[in-house]
Ligand binder design. Structure first.
Ligand code: FPP
Length: 251
């Protein structure tokens, strides 16, 4: 029976989500449950990141975007912000050789200028090293918010129109997308959020337009493992994506 097979075997490789986006929520609450400081949760979240990336590479998913640090996260206590930035530098340094070996292309979206110089440098080096890789594209959303991204795109388009390089009639959904930070990445097919909240928190507002949303109510991010990713993909494959059409039209 299908149910007895490992979840990975239930996945139809011909119908994978091209782009998976994740909101890695619940690190702080998980740490609190352990009687530890919030940063302990973020440290444990790295293992979940590794598992998720591995799962995507194994299956052949093309794009994975992780909400690593939002624009609003700068408002957290300084101790926690500094801790996350240090963790970022350490994790990138430790993980990039393995990512590169696995043909993963690393990218970022967000306001890199606002990161501490050490974190920015590590990210720029990782992007440069892996730029010609052709496997999974791993996009880290860093100092990112969806509204920020849409405003940035609009400003760039306005500049082009002002200089006469773009006509107003040429502004279409496709041209607008090209000015977004995600550039060549397709829209998100599947968005996974751990931690029990059912919201999108200023994440990829444009790219999530027709994404299937998968909320995990009973799982904090440090507990997320490859099998949870496979379960989410399997659930996605059982959804009917109508894109505004009727069921009958799809048949
Ligand atoms: C949200 O949980 C998590 C974050 C703001 C940070 C996530 C960062 C990591 C897991 C480090 C990953 C590193 C790389 C390189 C990708 P929360 O703190 O909001 O948890 P809470 O809702 O329980 O307070």
């Amino acid at each position: 029976m299908l149910i007895d097979l490992p979840v990975k075997e239930n996945i139809d490789l011909g119908n994978l989500p091209s782009h998976i986006a994740v909101i890695m929520d619940g690190n702080g609450r998980w740490a609190k449950q352990q009687g530890a400081m919030r940063i302990f949760g973020h440290h444990h979240g790295v293992k979940s990141v590794r598992d998720t990336v591995e799962g995507c590479v194994e299956l052949g998913v093309k794009y994975l975007t992780l909400y690593t640090f939002s624009t609003e996260n700068w408002n957290r206590p300084k101790l926690e912000v500094d801790g996350i930035m240090q963790l970022l530098v350490k994790t990138i340094a430790e993980e990039v050789p393995e990512l590169h070996k696995n043909n993963v292309r690393v990218k970022t979206i967000g306001n890199l200028e606002s990161l501490p110089a050490s974190a920015r440098k590590k990210m720029v080096d990782a992007i440069e090293l892996t730029q010609n890789n052709t496997g999974l594209t791993l996009i880290l959303a860093l100092s990112y918010s969806g509204k920020w991204e849409i405003v940035q795109a609009t400003k760039q388009i306005a500049e082009k129109v002002k200089k006469g390089e773009l006509a107003v009639e040429q502004i279409t959904e496709d041209t607008f997308s090209q000015f977004l930070a995600t550039e060549d990445a397709p829209d998100v097919d599947l968005m996974i959020r751990t931690g029990g909240d059912h919201r999108i928190s200023n994440y990829l507002l444009w790219q999530l337009a027709y994404a299937e949303l998968y909320f995990m109510d009973d799982l904090f991010w440090p507990e997320f493992r490859k099998k949870d990713l496979f379960e989410a993909i399997s659930a996605y494959q059982h959804r009917e994506r109508r894109f505004g059409k009727t069921s009958e039209q799809l048949k």
